[in-house]
Design a protein around this ligand. Structure first.
Ligand code: DCM
Ligand code: MG
Length: 332
């Protein structure tokens, strides 16, 4: 549908702000747990209303917005950090009987997009490094190529580019650097830059989307122009990981899973060679926090315990031999 690096041929008409919460950072091959999309028209962003406020007016949140927020059972343990910052746990999804990422999500998204005026651009903060590749990975795991006809753009890249262009700010950055400070581009930092306060509901998909729109409104004209020429087709995004790579040492892993989670059911996905697991809540409780079958870095696997025991035994033998030798020498 698109040439590889093609930006939209005409101005973007709908900006769909997106945020994903997931089980962890890219190295842990995360799975999506929450997805939120707010669709705002170019018209709304070009005609912002303001609330009078000291020292400067604050843009009012757009009134005409389509919203889609979905909870998705990630079917994979959250890393402790992800669970702590999002306030989400695997149990919550089981207790609330939430479904996994499946074709319904794609149907919801495409139906949602079909109601927006094109060209449509997905907008996410740090989207090129996290949200877009993660969404692509989840879609690919279902055997889907992506989202036809949808563009995407990253506000983190855009804000950095705009700051670079801004000559006045150049001076400010220079002065800030002189004082040992560096410009920060995290969502909360940018919000603080414009509103001199920290945003509410950080690390919830909906809260982060609202924060992103608040930030976008502060530089809406420049950001929209930047995106008109820098947005890329979503389908050119590379998936964060291939699902089939998730369990490369499958026979070994399968054996371990059978030992530790005797009741877990094995699910073969539609993609050839891909092995996935589903865990009932009872399965995950006692041992899952000790060993995570989908990560390869958890320290206390049975093999590693065996190694530690052998090392300990070796140390005892060496000490015993050394003690015996020194005793023999002292006797003779
Ligand atoms: N994340 C993480 N550890 C962090 C920051 C983020 O594991 N220190 C993961 C979990 C979040 C996801 O990234 O759900 C998206 O981050 P954010 O809430 O900033 O959108
Ligand atoms: Mg978030």
């Amino acid at each position: 549908m698109f040439a590889a690096s093609e930006s939209p041929s005409r101005p973007i008409e709908t900006f769909v702000f997106m945020d994903l919460e997931a089980t962890g950072l890219p190295l842990s091959r995360p799975k999506i747990a929450e997805m939120c999309l707010f669709a705002v028209s170019r018209h709304a962003l070009e005609n912002l209303q303001y609330r009078n406020s000291h020292p400067k007016p604050i843009p009012l949140f757009p009134r005409v917005v389509d919203k889609l927020c979905v909870c998705i059972n990630p079917d994979k343990p959250f890393t402790p950090m992800a669970s702590s910052i999002t306030g989400l746990t695997n149990e919550m999804f089981s207790w609330n009987k939430k479904q996994r990422f499946n074709l319904d999500i794609l149907h919801m998204m495409t139906t949602f997009f079909s109601r927006q005026h094109p060209p449509i651009c997905l907008v996410a903060h740090n989207g090129c490094s996290y949200d877009f590749p993660l969404l692509k990975a989840e879609l690919s795991a279902l055997g889907l190529s992506g989202l036809d006809g949808i563009y995407c753009a990253d506000t983190l890249k855009a804000m950095k580019a705009l700051d670079k262009e801004d000559i006045q700010l150049h001076q400010f950055i220079y002065e800030a650097r002189q004082c040992g400070k560096k410009m920060k581009y995290g969502l909360q930092d940018l919000y603080f830059r414009f509103y001199k306060a920290y945003p509410l509901n950080s690390h919830s998909a909906e809260g982060d989307v609202i924060t992103l729109i608040n930030i976008f409104q502060q530089r809406a004209t420049d950001l929209m122009l930047w995106m008109d020429s820098n947005a890329r087709p979503f389908n050119t995004t590379r998936a964060m990981y291939q699902d089939s790579e998730r369990l490369p040492d499958f026979p070994q892993t399968h054996e371990k899973i059978q030992q530790i989670y005797p009741n877990c059911s094995q699910v073969r996905s539609r993609q050839q060679g891909t092995q996935r697991y589903s865990f009932s809540q009872a399965d995950t409780e006692p041992v899952a926090n000790k060993w995570d079958p989908l990560h390869h870095t958890i320290s206390d696997t049975p093999d590693e315990i065996k190694k530690l025991l052998l090392l300990f035994l070796g140390l005892i033998i060496i000490t015993w031999i050394a003690f015996r030798n020194s005793w023999n020498m002292s006797v003779f």
